[in-house]
Design a protein around this ligand. Structure first.
Ligand SMILES: *[C@@H]1O[C@H](CO)[C@@H](O)[C@H](O)[C@H]1NC(C)=O
Ligand SMILES: *[C@@H]1O[C@H](CO)[C@@H](O)[C@H](O)[C@H]1NC(C)=O
Length: 399
């Protein structure tokens, strides 16, 4: 909070002393719903209750701009990565955003927002700001156990369909594998699962902060720090952050390159990243997550295993009826899976994807997207040619 205030103050000074903003993108400051409306698409807002009381907001683009309303369409559920939300599939304009492209190709597009992110900070009995410890007590495990089934059931019921196409980025793939491995009945509800930058095993991640966290000693420090300062919620949506991005990362700012370096630090360098779009991305992202999420991913790396959260022997006994966390059995994932991965991704490592691929039951596509960093799957200038055209071909076979 203090750091944010300081940055805000510095950005005010920057405003006053000479910086003029001539070149901020006209999509700056728009949220998911506003972006969808601005580009001329229909939008619906759905409130979905999970079995453990969270109230999730899912955004729907029921059809494309020039399609008729009444045709039968196959639903596609888009599930983002950690600290991302519905906006991240529609913030690259009409021709480069996968959300819009799918709608124009005749699909019924549903954009999920996880528990704890901007639109889904709601619960039947808990308050996200008052009961932070309980509210943010989740990782991809609970998302897979509750949020995804709730979304899938809601969509199938609303559309009178038996199955849907699932497309996810990063954590959206980990939570899918967790769901399909522990609730195998959901495999039948999936026509095909498309995974961008797949995450299950995290052992070979190269990102610096994650590497630091992936030692038991540092992870203990992190967890103590989180408890001491009650930092259960991590990187929530912040209007001041988007103001800072508008000020420092626009096309006229000498600091724009530095802003891009932050993205590269997180995800790997990219020659496909359009820096002009940084203020638009920062208008909605980061959208929030839980400290436990990062702790769980670090545990996976330390244990060299894809498994449930490790609470320590005593609580593991209570939670799982065994002293160690149960491993997810990836052979139970029988839905057709398409894996898109890269050798330039600091978070989704080739070795880890190969191991995942060898354990899944039904991998139908495994493609290297050359040169992509972790975020290019959403925001690269050439994502249509490099990725989305191929995805459209693959899902056509299951439509
Ligand atoms: C299923 O959809 C109908 C409307 O089509 C609605 O009345 C009902 O509450 C829904 N059921 C669930 C479990 O969402
Ligand atoms: C970057 O984004 C801007 C604004 O949308 C666009 O005008 C420009 O063509 C993009 N650059 C590339 C290389 O795609």
């Amino acid at each position: 909070m203090e750091l944010k205030k300081l940055l805000l103050f510095v950005s005010c000074l920057y405003f006053v002393f000479g910086a003029s903003i001539r070149q901020v993108h006209s999509d700056f400051g728009l949220n998911a719903i506003e972006l969808i409306e601005k580009y001329g698409y229909p939008v619906e807002v759905h409130q979905i209750h999970t079995d453990d009381g969270y109230i999730l907001e899912t955004h729907r683009i029921p059809h494309g701009k020039n399609n008729q309303n009444n045709a039968l369409r196959i639903p596609v559920l888009l599930v983002p990565g950690v600290v991302c939300g519905s906006a991240d599939w529609v913030n690259m304009g009409a021709t480069n955003s996968l959300g819009f492209i799918l709608a124009d190709h005749g699909y019924d597009v549903w954009l999920a927002n996880y528990r704890g992110t901007t639109w889904s900070r709601k619960h039947e009995t808990l308050h996200a700001d008052v009961n932070k410890k309980e509210f943010f007590d989740y990782s991809f495990q609970e998302i897979g156990a509750y949020d995804l089934p709730a979304n899938i059931n809601h969509i199938l019921n609303a559309t009178h369909q038996e199955n849907l196409i699932y497309i996810a980025h990063s954590q959206g793939t980990a939570s899918f594998f967790a769901m399909a491995a522990s609730k195998p009945e959901y495999n039948n509800k999936i026509r095909i699962m498309i995974a961008f930058a797949p995450i299950a095993y995290t052992t070979h991640m190269e990102q610096m902060i994650f590497n630091w966290l992936s030692s038991q000693e540092n992870l203990d420090l992190f967890n103590e720090f989180v408890d001491k300062y009650e930092l259960y919620e991590i990187m929530p949506y912040s209007p001041s952050l988007s103001t800072i991005a508008q000020t420092f990362c626009n096309d006229d700012s000498i600091l724009q390159r530095f802003c891009a370096e932050i993205f590269y630090f997180i995800s790997g360098r990219s020659i496909y990243f359009n820096m002009t779009m940084i203020p638009v991305i920062a208008s909605n992202t980061p959208a929030g997550s839980s400290a436990k999420t990062f702790s769980h991913f670090a545990q996976l790396s330390i244990a060299n295993s894809f498994q449930k959260y490790d609470y320590g022997e005593v609580i593991n006994e209570e939670e799982y009826g065994q002293s160690t966390p149960p491993k997810y059995d990836l052979r139970q994932v029988t839905s057709p899976v398409a894996l898109y991965y890269s050798d330039n991704d600091l978070l989704s490592a080739v070795t880890d994807v190969d191991r995942l691929s060898s354990e899944l039951s039904n991998v139908v596509v495994k493609k290297m997207v050359n040169g992509y960093n972790h975020l290019d799957y959403l925001w690269a200038t050439n994502s249509v040619q490099m990725l989305y055209n191929d995805v459209l071909e693959q899902i056509k076979n299951y439509s």
